[in-house]
Design a protein around this ligand. Structure first.
Ligand SMILES: Cc1cc2nc3c(=O)[nH]c(=O)nc-3n(C[C@H](O)[C@H](O)[C@H](O)COP(=O)(O)O)c2cc1C
Length: 194
């Protein structure tokens, strides 16, 4: 077998997002890669954040947060939000901020897509905590709508790979999900895949 073992501290490619919270009356943003949709209905999303981040305190203060998807053109601002802590550096004026349904989750005007979330639960782990939130509203810049949905190609989101710590942009569309695999179905009555 032509495989080598990489050990257990590995990562899968992940989306690059900005987690927004309000703390002491100010907005704060941190770069967030460990994020995923967790539940279909209600729509729950999870973010794994280090317990000692300023953002962790902020989530508890208002029990709301936002997940913003920056385009490639915001790469420097996004990286900066992952380099400095709101505990020492004011990140509140980095972006134009607006507020939605909750009134306390800061949303980023410059990001084409922003999710506004209410805290549902916090699952404690040894170094990180899984912040589980319900998406209460989504804000899409009207310049990024295609067929009533986000135009992902135009949004040009960033991706992160670790441990090499590289940013990537979105490549080409290579097929339809729940569709291209149909070619491998053996036949109408067969449930197995080749
Ligand atoms: C691209 C990128 C992705 C990151 N993803 C995460 C993450 O998923 N979870 C986490 O706890 N920290 C992550 N970080 C680190 C935090 O963004 C960083 O420690 C930040 O300064 C915390 O800000 P705060 O103290 O203002 O909350 C990431 C950093 C970068 C650059």
């Amino acid at each position: 077998m032509g495989k080598i073992k990489l050990g257990s501290n590995v990562f899968i490619p992940m989306p690059v997002t900005l987690l927004g919270i309000k703390i002491d009356g100010k907005a704060n943003f941190m770069a967030l890669g460990w994020v995923s949709r967790l539940n279909a209905s209600p729509p729950l999303i999870g973010a794994a954040i280090n317990k000692y981040h300023y953002s962790s305190e902020g989530i508890r203060e208002n029990e709301t947060f936002s997940i913003n998807i920056p385009s490639e053109n915001l790469i420097k601002e996004t990286d900066y939000c992952g380099l400095v802590s709101g505990r020492e550096t004011d990140k509140s004026t980095l972006f134009n901020v607006f507020y939605g349904e909750t009134g306390s989750a800061p949303l980023i005007e410059e990001c084409p897509l922003s999710l506004e979330c209410k805290l549902v639960d916090i699952y404690e782990m040894p170094s990180n905590e899984l912040i589980i939130g319900e998406i209460v509203e989504t804000y899409l810049d009207k310049d990024y709508i295609k067929d009533d949905a986000p135009d992902v190609k135009k949004m040009n989101p960033l991706f992160l790979t670790m441990p090499d710590n590289n940013y990537w942009n979105l490549g080409e569309n290579v097929g339809k999900a729940w569709d291209v695999g149909k070619e491998l179905k053996l036949g109408e009555d067969e449930s197995e895949y080749v």
